[in-house]
Ligand binder design. Structure first.
Ligand SMILES: Cc1cc2nc3c(=O)[nH]c(=O)nc-3n(C[C@H](O)[C@H](O)[C@H](O)COP(=O)(O)O)c2cc1C
Length: 329
């Protein structure tokens, strides 16, 4: 049954909240621990695996999706590829180990990727997208969803792609309404997103810049037909945000910090088991801190102290001190 929730403005039905793929952060360990501490997230798309690397069945990236290894947020793997053959091989391997759906990355904006015509680099070539789908889809065992941006340089590029997508069986389109060249900056283009909604025969998931209940609420009011919302940086920053959006409940700040500390310590412990070397673990945790704790008042000061650490032991000392100061006994 869909949860019916009451928020301050209206009664509404919330269907699903997705955790966005963030390379380097939302990996299997993060996704597995997350629901032990935070509520409200229904599904995750994993950071992309590139199909360019021909994979053997025992490959580590594939092993992440072996049965029993994703015990936290239910997760759909994502593939970055411009070759329908390579895509189908990898997607079918994932299917054979239990993944019923795979996601195609048509949004990665990094120059190295887009210059090779992959990710967002493919959005300005509708004929290539069509040829890819014509070849890949009949060969696919799993269902397919697509995560995309509006275009590479021009937000209208997507308007040529949607009629192509309409001709194929897809589970959904997850749209981040920026262009590739915008990277993660500048405004999201909600007018073009609205045109996509009208044009698409597939379910649409909205993704982009939701970092507060108020932002979500404005979008939900404008796009009444959207019932699935993907949150990335905003949710890593404030992992209580999904609970706030979905159930309209919020814990007091000191309680949030306590829970965040336990989550942090648990992540640290788990990463310690797989990352060798005192610098590796420190770098990993620093990457998470790029976003984590957005609700902390003195976050900039905290980050400054954390960025200065380069060794596991100094990292632990500094972070313990920070949390001790934040949570007076
Ligand atoms: C560091 C970083 C890594 C990302 N890695 C991926 C990825 O592997 N696959 C993908 O589809 N999107 C990736 N994204 C994009 C996010 O999934 C999401 O679309 C984007 O951050 C916008 O959503 P947000 O404003 O809620 O964060 C990445 C974004 C960032 C900042």
């Amino acid at each position: 049954m869909r949860p019916v929730t009451k928020n301050t403005h209206c009664y509404e039905i919330i269907y699903m909240i997705y955790l966005a793929p963030i390379q380097g952060i939302t990996d299997r360990i993060y996704r597995n621990l997350f629901p032990h501490y935070f509520k409200g997230v229904d599904l995750a798309i994993a950071p992309f695996i590139s199909s360019a690397k021909r994979m053997k069945p025992g490959n580590n990236l594939l092993r992440d999706f072996y049965p029993g290894r994703n015990t936290g947020i239910p997760t759909i793997p994502q593939i970055l590829s411009s070759s329908p053959d390579d895509f189908a091989v990898l997607a079918n391997m994932l299917y054979d180990i239990g993944c019923g759906t795979v996601n195609w990355n048509l949004g990665c904006p990094f120059p190295m990727v887009r210059k090779k015509g992959r990710g967002a680099g493919m959005l300005c070539y509708p004929a290539r997208v069509e040829a890819f789908m014509e070849k890949a889809l009949p060969a696919l065992k799993p269902a397919l969803s697509i995560k995309l941006r509006l275009g590479l340089t021009c937000p209208d590029e997507v308007l040529e792609l949607i009629p192509i997508f309409n001709r194929f069986p897809l589970t959904e389109l997850i749209i981040h309404p920026r262009t590739g060249v915008q990277m993660y900056e500048g405004e999201v283009n909600l007018d073009v997103f609205e045109r996509c909604l009208k044009l698409s025969q597939h379910r649409i998931v909205y993704n982009g810049d939701i970092d507060s209940f108020e932002k979500y609420d404005l979008l939900a009011k404008r796009f009444g037909s959207v019932k699935r919302w993907m949150l990335g940086r905003g949710l890593i920053g404030d992992p209580f945000l999904a609970e706030k959006i979905k159930f309209n409940t919020e814990k007091p700040c000191h309680e949030k910090i306590k829970i965040m500390r336990t989550f942090h310590d648990h992540l640290f412990e788990e990463y310690l088991k797989v990352l060798s070397g005192p610098a590796h673990i420190t770098n990993k945790m620093k990457e998470i801190w790029t976003y984590m704790g957005s609700f902390l008042e003195n976050r900039e000061k905290i980050l400054k102290k954390i960025r200065k650490t380069h060794h596991r032991d100094s990292y632990v000392d500094v972070v313990n001190k920070i949390f001790d100061e934040l949570i007076p006994s």
